[in-house]
Design a protein around this ligand. Structure first.
Ligand SMILES: Nc1ccn([C@@H]2O[C@H](COP(=O)(O)OP(=O)(O)OP(=O)(O)O)[C@@H](O)[C@H]2O)c(=O)n1
Ligand SMILES: C[C@](O)(CO)[C@H](O)COP(=O)(O)O
Length: 227
């Protein structure tokens, strides 16, 4: 019987946030961002255990008080992919090949147990795994050629996380990726194998908190939970 595990990369520095502390520890409605993210998995009865990857020199993680035990892996790397690869290697003794890994950004505190359940139910045994994503609703412009051009938006999605794959598939995909540090999400490596991860509609509240202006938006969504 396959189990479901969360792997939360939380070893970034938040350069675009340009805050005094790594953004995953900034307060959202008074609670560290990472704490909100952990709570989403802890309130899900489908998640067997949560692993969090932090920097080897992280001095903040001890301030997080998760409701359930988590495994802190002090093996963060220079890139998101390196942190994830290191985390997967550290998880080897705990997971079977068929166990499912839900890789979720610490910087997406708006995740809910309902969105986790939706992803798990929709993906089922789909060979290519799957991820939460949002269909593009705005007109898309490109300046890649120098001139402004409109890219047709039909069929375009914005990837979110969790991105969920079997442990063996994810490890194999990242190992075979020509340059894992050049890809920005795990699904890209799966696609390079010729597989097609399932896109499952997520929610704007599952936004990635990247820029200072994102904090207030995330706080708005999370304030709705306490009503
Ligand atoms: N070397 C890294 C870089 C990123 N992450 C994690 O990957 C997630 C998504 O990355 P991003 O939003 O880019 O976070 P940062 O890299 O911290 O932000 P920035 O790019 O602005 O520095 C975050 O939870 C971040 O902590 C990580 O574990 N290890
Ligand atoms: C994985 C991700 O959140 C999907 O949109 C995104 O690619 C992370 O990018 P970042 O630059 O590491 O924040």
């Amino acid at each position: 019987m396959k189990r479901y595990f969360a792997l939360i990369p939380a070893a970034g520095i938040g350069a675009r946030m340009a805050a005094a502390t790594p953004k995953q520890y900034l307060p959202i409605n008074g609670v560290p961002m990472l704490q909100h993210t952990l709570d989403a998995f802890h309130h899900s009865d489908q998640i067997a255990h949560t692993f969090v990857v932090v920097s080897p020199d992280d001095g903040y993680i001890d301030s997080i008080t998760p409701e359930r035990s988590v495994t802190i892996l002090r093996c963060g790397g220079a890139t998101r992919m390196e942190s994830i690869l290191n985390g997967l290697r550290a998880m080897r003794s705990e997971l079977g090949d068929d166990d499912m890994v839900l890789v979720h950004d610490a910087a997406r505190p708006g995740l809910t147990p309902q969105l986790i359940a939706k992803l798990i139910a929709a993906v089922g045994d789909h060979e290519g795994g799957g991820l939460l994503a949002l269909p593009v609703v705005d007109t898309v412009k490109s300046t890649r050629t120098g001139a402004v051009q409109t890219t047709p938006r039909d069929g375009l999605w914005l990837a979110q996380t969790p991105q969920m794959f079997s442990y063996a598939l994810l490890v194999r995909a990242l190992a075979l990726a020509p340059d894992p540090n050049a890809i920005t999400d795990d699904a890209s490596a799966i696609e390079m194998l010729g597989l097609s991860p399932m896109l499952v509609e997520g929610h704007p509240r599952n936004m990635k908190v990247t820029l200072p202006t994102d904090i207030a938006i995330a706080e708005m969504y999370l304030r709705q939970d306490s009503k």
